[in-house]
Write a protein that binds this ligand. Structure first.
Ligand code: PMP
Length: 282
């Protein structure tokens, strides 16, 4: 297959980065994952805007216009003949002799991207997934989609070892987000999810879901909620680019909604499906 390295589409096997790339040494960079359905990117503009926002917030400026980048990604999808999958894209500060402080000389950021076939999680979306709870040990800028994913990775590993799909993180009594997803509860018909501040990533899928709620008269509260509210919720679900609207039917050894996806979750899955068809029809 093909990959993008610094604005050029080249053979995947030739895409190589220097051992002193700051992304490799410090996690000094940002990334995005974009869903592709029917060979078309879903919410591409939103992902590209977040990519620019994340990189600007750590002082890296994207050396391409977003329209240019979008065109390049479309070309990559074409060349790789991708129908259903994802694009992974990352930007690091670039290559410089190792020093914690940024290089004083101007360096070129390293941009890489590749595609991967990735099916929709149809079965899990029907049955729901199990989760565990874990303390959120990450830093205080979780709003930046940075390459520093060690906290997220450790949380996900804990879930994997417990045979679970996701780890729900909490800071003391407050639920923040999953290791790679946003978390929602439904109580008395109201969808509740953490406000988009420095403690969570503002999910693109979250934005789509909240818009769908608004358009379909499903009440929403964007606010911090507690472990107690999580435990007594009518329904719990998560969202992400790859998992879409995913019902949560277990937290630790406790069942949620009697181990079945709940009605509001199912309604949102249906609306999300329509949104995909709207944006990515053949
Ligand atoms: N939070 C975290 C920590 C994530 O890694 C992700 C997945 N990128 C999300 C939330 C969901 O974001 P999105 O809907 O944009 O994929």
């Amino acid at each position: 297959g093909f990959a993008i390295l610094n604005g050029k589409i080249i053979d995947r096997s030739e895409a190589k980065v220097d051992i002193e790339d700051r992304g490799y040494q410090f996690g000094d960079g940002v990334y995005e994952v974009i869903r592709v359905y029917n060979g078309k990117m879903f919410t591409a503009v939103e992902h590209l805007e977040r990519f620019v926002k994340s990189s600007n917030s750590i002082g890296i400026s994207l050396p391409y216009k977003t329209a240019e980048l979008s065109g390049l990604l479309e070309k990559l999808i074409d060349k790789n003949n991708l129908q259903l999958g994802i694009i992974y894209m990352q930007l690091t500060r670039g290559v410089a002799p190792r020093n914690h402080a940024f290089p004083t000389e101007r360096i070129t950021p390293t941009l890489t991207a590749y595609t991967k076939e990735f099916a929709r999680p149809d079965e899990s979306m029907k049955t729901g997934v199990k989760t565990i709870l874990t303390e959120d040990i990450r830093w205080l800028r979780c709003d930046i989609k940075s390459l520093n994913l060690l906290g997220n990775s450790l949380a996900k590993q804990k879930a994997a070892e417990a045979g679970c799909f996701e780890a729900i993180q909490h800071r003391d009594e407050n639920v923040t987000e999953g290791s790679s997803s946003n978390i929602y509860i439904v109580k008395n018909g109201v969808v509740i999810t953490h406000e988009s501040n420095n403690l969570i990533l503002k999910g693109i899928t979250k934005d789509v879901i909240l818009d769908l709620c608004l358009a379909n008269n499903i009440p929403v509260e964007e606010r911090t909620f507690t472990l107690e509210e999580l435990a007594s919720a009518d329904e719990v679900f998560l969202s992400s680019t790859t998992s879409e609207v995913m019902p949560i039917v277990g937290i630790g050894d406790k069942k949620v909604t009697e181990g079945q996806p709940g009605p509001v979750t199912k309604k949102l899955q249906k609306l999300f499906q329509q949104e995909i068809e709207k944006q990515c029809n053949k």
